[in-house]
Design a protein around this ligand. Sequence first.
Ligand code: FAD
Length: 402
Amino acid sequence: MDSIEYDVVVVGAGPVGGFLAQRMSEGGASVLILEEHAQIGRPFQCAGLVNPEAMSLVGLESTVLTPIWGARIHSPSGIPVVIGNEQDIRTWSVCRKLFDEGVVRGAMQSGAEIWLSSKPLSADDYDDHVLLSVSTPQGNQTVRCKLLCGADGAHSWVRRQFKLGRPKELMIGFQVEVTGYKGESGRLDMYTGSRFSPGFFAWAIPSGETTRIGTWSKPEMMGEKSCEELLDRLRSEPLWKDRFSECREIGRFCGPIPSGMVKRPMRGRVALFGDAAGLCKPTTGGGIGPGFRQVELQVPNLLECLNRDDFSDTAVNEVISLLSPLRREQNRARALRDAFLTEMTDEELDDVFTVWSRPEVTDLINQIGDIEHPIPLGIRMLKDVPEFRSIAKRAAKAVLWG
Ligand SMILES: Cc1cc2nc3c(=O)[nH]c(=O)nc-3n(C[C@H](O)[C@H](O)[C@H](O)COP(=O)(O)OP(=O)(O)OC[C@H]3O[C@@H](n4cnc5c(N)ncnc54)[C@H](O)[C@@H]3O)c2cc1C
């Protein structure tokens, strides 16, 4: 069968695949996106937070359901720390389906093509091309490209097919969408405690007329408990069960959160992007922002590789090295998260919240705290708050990597 040729094939029409396809097309490459589902943005597993940096790259403010400007964070025994002010929007809560559709529309407007209900059956890389057999609604099709990009999510087929390693950590997130949660518009709630979010936190995020309530953890920290049981525990916790008393569930979502970039996110003519590469933030689980950053960092060089048709080890190593800052940031953020959250007992966490709730420390959090960029605040706390000196030892890696 004759093969169809493109410069780039992107597997996966999620937000990262869509944005990658847009940037590649804008740079003059012919791009085909393969999406195994019949529509964009379904199913999705996401709390729907998109940071301002990522939003400004795609200009999809029309998909915003609620601007998020503050947070109420709770210790295991209920000590609250309340931060934020209405004038300072920290992040956006979006309709994820509309957001994904908008990103993919941007790619198509830049010239990318998309095949829905289509997925690769096999892929072989050669010196000068990659050859794919693709299952499509019209039958199998052979596609030849110069560069194959896997933006096909946490369980990436491309990553497994080309044995490109595994993300360091795989968390699991579970979320219900409800009406009737008693929260504050524009302020998200975060709850810590080993009973319902061992090593991590649970959340309630305003999203227009509904609220997304979820929890995440590592399977190995959950004991025998299922995610549903953990979330039920959060909702029946005497400290705040009243907030959940009128909730009516309208949807539930569960999914993996891969964090810790794979060792080699590119080999020869095959590259990984977004969740496929393990880019989610260890501190929040957010994957859209880091995925977009990866695209911005790598696409100019990848376009040069395409123009020169140079995918030699030297050229590829150069493209990979562009991700060093992202990798370093992930490692530092994980070390801070471990020190301040994941490796703490509930009692230790309560002690931390007691310090955080002191007015001068809450002020510091308000000044330099940023859920998207927690490293500066974390380091400053370790250095400036005497009570945190003992934690500094545990977080040595985060400090040293500074
Ligand atoms: C409970 C939960 C809450 C989250 N909350 C947030 C949040 O608030 N903010 C945030 O930024 N991130 C959040 N995340 C993470 C976020 O959902 C991902 O990081 C983000 O979707 C990654 O985008 P992506 O394009 O890399 O992959 P995906 O969104 O997973 O897209 C991959 C695409 O590839 C397609 N695909 C997969 N395999 C194939 C194949 N073989 N052939 C063809 N197509 C294929 C899929 O159908 C999908 O469309 C959350 C995750 C979970 C589980």
